[in-house]
Design a binder for this molecule. Structure first.
Ligand SMILES: Cc1ncc(COP(=O)(O)O)c(C=O)c1O
Length: 324
């Protein structure tokens, strides 16, 4: 890809020339010009569902905006939605989660900002898979953490084996141990998914070795027909910080509404004390009060079908990106 972009002289790029780890990135204006000239541009940088938000959510939001003063929310978000999420974990994954552990956030991005701040200190070594959502790396660097890149296996996953190998390599090099691990399953950008057994093994290793696992489950429900069940880290770990969002499965990217499930008490975890989340999640969070909306947005039966229809052209594209 580097060679192809370099061979297009009229394509301005934004890459810092000092940063040898990054490919040249064309500017948005250059891409718009290419699109106007008839070139097909695949926007892999924005994960945006094609569907709109559930009609029930839109209707309730319209009613609420018209009738409510829409003030600040409770620090952790409004109770009805948190109760509905707790009910969803019980019915979908057979996991009992107290609604008190659930914090509503401005998207999962908002959840990362508080979770990383609460869980890690400057200088902590925090691991991410070699292929992962780039914002993990950027945010950890902002917070002064050392980002440790873990090699992925042949299926683009990080399992307990890759984490153990990463720890062993650091120990051999006399470096501090890995303190945290962030990954998503299903993953962005590869679509790789851990089996329930692999997720269990990873959770058990993290719990046993004091690695704070942050499980990003934003793509749960967006799987090919016939794919194995996407397990939830809460099934296997008492110490995981789980992050999720209404952006993808519920097709509500612009609503900026996500959530975080914190560790159960007793825990020395300052989130609830420092009240970082006071009033900073979206006010319009009643649309999902009936748990049924959480379980089955109107299009969920069609997700697997439409994913299967794009699978054939998409898969070679991903493989190509990872071989150049
Ligand atoms: C793996 C992953 N996590 C989190 C996010 C951020 O989503 P949100 O809209 O909830 O902030 C994205 C967005 O593309 C993502 O791919």
């Amino acid at each position: 890809m580097r060679a192809k972009l370099a061979a297009t002289p009229s394509l301005p790029t934004q890459t810092d020339p000092a940063d040898k780890t990054r490919l040249p990135r064309p500017t948005p204006r250059a891409l718009a010009e290419l699109a106007r000239a008839g070139r097909t541009i695949y926007h892999l940088e924005v994960g945006q569902p094609q569907s709109s938000a559930p009609q029930a959510a839109i209707k309730t939001a319209q009613e609420q905006v018209g009738s409510d003063r829409c003030g600040y929310t409770a620090a952790r978000g409004e109770p009805p939605l948190r109760d509905a999420l707790a009910a969803m974990y019980q019915s979908e994954y057979s996991v009992a989660v107290s609604p008190g552990r659930i914090h509503l956030t401005p998207g999962s991005s908002g959840a990362f900002t508080v979770a990383f701040m609460a869980a890690f200190d400057v200088g902590d070594a925090v691991a991410v898979p070699a292929s992962c959502y780039p914002c993990y790396r950027n945010l950890l660097q902002c917070y002064g953490c050392e980002v440790v890149t873990l090699a992925v296996d042949a299926r683009y996953n990080v399992t307990a084996a890759e984490l153990a190998a990463g720890q062993a390599a650091r120990a051999a090099a006399g470096l501090s141990p890995i303190k945290g691990l962030i990954l998503s399953s299903p993953a962005n950008p590869t679509g790789a998914m851990l089996s329930p057994e692999e997720l269990k093994g990873l959770c058990e290793l993290c719990d046993a070795t004091g690695v704070q696992f942050v499980s990003d489950e934003i793509y749960h429900g967006i799987v090919y027909a016939g794919a194995p069940r996407a397990a939830c880290a809460l099934e296997f770990s008492k110490t995981v910080i789980l992050i999720n969002s209404f952006s993808k499965f519920y097709s509500m990217t612009g609503w900026r509404l996500g959530w975080l499930v914190r560790r159960p008490r007793p825990t020395i975890w300052p989130l609830q004390d420092i009240r970082l989340l006071r009033g900073c999640c979206a006010r319009i969070n009643h649309p999902f009060t009936p748990p049924a909306h959480l379980h089955c947005p109107p299009w969920c039966n069609t997700i697997a079908q439409s994913l299967n229809s794009i699978r054939l052209p998409f898969r070679p594209l991903v493989c190509m990106l990872y071989t150049i």
